[in-house]
Design a protein around this ligand. Structure first.
Ligand code: LMR
Length: 396
């Protein structure tokens, strides 16, 4: 039966974890996967999460099935966070939100739903994009192309080329956009540029699918989510996938969501009914724990305030590490312009290092980053920074 099954390549991001775990180099540093570790190199358990878990444990909950679309208090809390608690479209019942298995799950439920609605549409992702975007939409049955994004010379976004591509896209094309903290480049477009993207989406009849996996890691929760308000104000129907993996440090709980903005309450009910079929036929209904933790935090004012503070702590530490990396690289003798590292946003730096350089970093120094040159600056700390900077300087 399996004689003709070919060996699949390792996942370009999660596959690095397997390689890292098998590496016996005692100095090894994992800057591959997008995971935040604290100043001691440890994955944090947020105090707000711990407090919520204590409350949930004390209540000794039973474990019935959740509804197909998830825990209602969670879906509502997600909506409040993404669209603003006093949003008019929420009051009008125009958003269908379902709990999903992480941000990836939200993307997949949305992709499968779109395949039913518009099976012949093309999907455009940014060039470059998160490695899994292409694979996920391809596996959902779509042809996936790219729109220009990164400008290597300018160390930023080639916005004119991006916009020209969107303005030439066929009606119905699905455009996957990074709401904030673009993965992998760390370069976001400005709110004025978002307005131009929105105008193109509207004029061409495109379908916007916003991936918001890093809300709060750029400039703040409201600041990073502002683009959602711009899409709403334009009167568009669109998709948003949400992830709490990073912002709650709940990676393994797979806690995310998909929200679909619709034209009316009646349309929302129809869309929700279809999303539920996608979920039911994939994994039936989502798990309880992560969503209850997130809902408890977001719906308890004191815990929410604590979460915002802890998230700001992570954001600020990452920014400090960006500055420190630049200093250490300069001290290690790097003369090339590397100040771009501090203007990038979110967990990643698109370093400009080539695949052979990344392979050398892994092979000779045990410093793991993605072949594209992406390194996770959220995993840097005072202890590994000098070693990492020296290693990078040597391969440059
Ligand atoms: C990443 O880009 O490293 C994260 O989003 C983790 C993942 O699932 O790839």
């Amino acid at each position: 039966l399996f004689a003709a099954v070919e060996m699949a390549p390792r996942d370009p991001i999660l596959g690095l974890n397997e390689q890292f775990n098998a590496d016996t180099n005692p100095a090894k540093v994992n800057l591959g996967v997008g995971v935040y570790t604290d100043e001691n190199g440890k994955l944090p358990l947020l105090a707000c999460v711990k407090a919520a878990e204590e409350q949930l444990l004390a209540a000794a909950r039973t474990r019935g099935y959740l509804p197909i679309d998830g825990f209602a208090a969670y879906d509502k809390a997600v909506q409040g966070l993404v669209f603003g608690a006093d949003s008019a479209i929420l009051a009008a019942g125009r958003v269908a939100t379902v709990q999903a298995l992480g941000g990836t799950g939200g993307l997949k439920v949305g992709a499968d739903f779109l395949k039913r609605v518009n099976p012949n549409a093309t999907v455009l992702i940014s060039d470059p994009s998160w490695e899994n975007h292409r694979a996920l939409f391809t596996n959902a049955g779509f042809t996936v192309g790219t729109y220009p994004y990164y400008d290597a010379d300018k160390k930023g976004v080639n916005f004119d080329a991006m916009l020209a591509c969107l303005n030439a896209a066929e009606a119905g094309t699905i455009i996957v956009l990074h709401a904030c903290c673009h993965n992998p480049t760390g370069y976001d477009i400005t709110s004025a540029q978002w307005e131009q993207v929105i105008a193109a989406v509207k004029a061409r009849g495109l379908v916007a699918f916003l991936d918001m996996a890093y809300q709060g890691f750029g400039d703040g929760i409201a600041e990073d989510g502002a683009v959602i308000g711009q899409f709403v104000a334009a009167g568009l129907d669109f998709f948003v996938s949400t992830s709490f993996s990073k912002s709650f440090s709940l990676y393994g709980e797979r806690v995310g969501a998909l929200s679909v903005v619709c034209e009316s309450k009646e349309e929302t009910a129809r869309v929700l009914s279809q999303l539920k079929i996608v979920i039911r036929t994939n994994y039936s209904n989502p798990p309880t724990h992560g969503a209850q933790v997130v809902a408890t935090v977001l719906n308890t004012p004191a815990l929410r305030a604590q979460w915002e503070e802890e998230l700001a702590g992570m954001r600020n530490r990452i920014k400090a590490m960006r500055g420190a990396l630049v200093e250490k690289l300069k001290a290690a003798g790097v003369t090339a312009d590397i100040d771009f590292i501090t203007t990038q946003r979110g967990m990643f730096s698109y370093s400009g290092l080539t695949k052979p350089q990344m392979e050398r970093l892994r092979g000779e120094f045990g410093v793991y980053g993605v072949d594209s040159g992406r390194i996770c600056v959220a995993a840097l700390n005072e202890k590994n920074l000098g070693y990492v900077a020296d290693a990078i300087a040597k391969v440059m």
